[in-house]
Design a protein around this ligand. Structure first.
Ligand code: FES
Length: 154
């Protein structure tokens, strides 16, 4: 008569039971987290930047935009183009009024250029120079304090 090896229920059953309980606990906590986190994210809105509520937003320094150059910077959730012309710094919404593309600075022709349909804007006034945009770029208030450039969002 041969003897079959028997498992020791005292030690291996206990560790297997603990492992299964730990896995079940981890699974329950993970599931609850996946359910509760989006609900809390919806109920507690994220803090918005000062730009979204209106205010001065630091967009760079004067050294970042030398004379004859332009740069698109984020102001809150909207892009703004800053242009350093002979008349000083100008800021405009960087959203093209034609179909909403983001304009860029074209240093070769010294204009604000919309790359989508070749719309061109005056860097001093934001007015349409050529192309399909129905209106100019809305101007934004820009100030310089201690070589720091601020855009005032509304
Ligand atoms: S989207 Fe700018 S010219 Fe068409």
């Amino acid at each position: 008569m041969s003897q079959q090896p028997t498992a020791d229920p005292g030690t291996s059953g206990f560790s297997r039971r603990r492992l299964l309980a730990a896995l079940a606990g981890f699974s329950i906590i993970s599931t609850l987290t996946m359910i509760v986190a989006p609900i809390l994210g919806f109920l507690i809105p994220p803090k918005t930047s000062g730009a979204a509520a209106g205010g001065k937003v630091l967009v760079g320094t004067v050294a970042d935009i030398p004379p004859g150059q332009g740069k698109v910077v984020p102001v809150g959730s909207s892009p703004t183009i800053i242009v350093n012309t002979d008349q000083g710094l100008n800021a405009f919404s960087a959203i093209c009024p034609h179909l909403g593309c983001i304009v860029t600075w074209d240093p070769g022709s010294n204009v604000i250029l919309c790359p989508c349909h070749d719309g061109r804007f005056n860097p001093t006034t934001g007015a349409v120079l050529s192309g399909p945009p129905p209106s100019g770029l809305p101007a934004e208030e820009v100030t310089v304090e201690d070589d720091q450039i601020f855009v005032v969002s509304s």
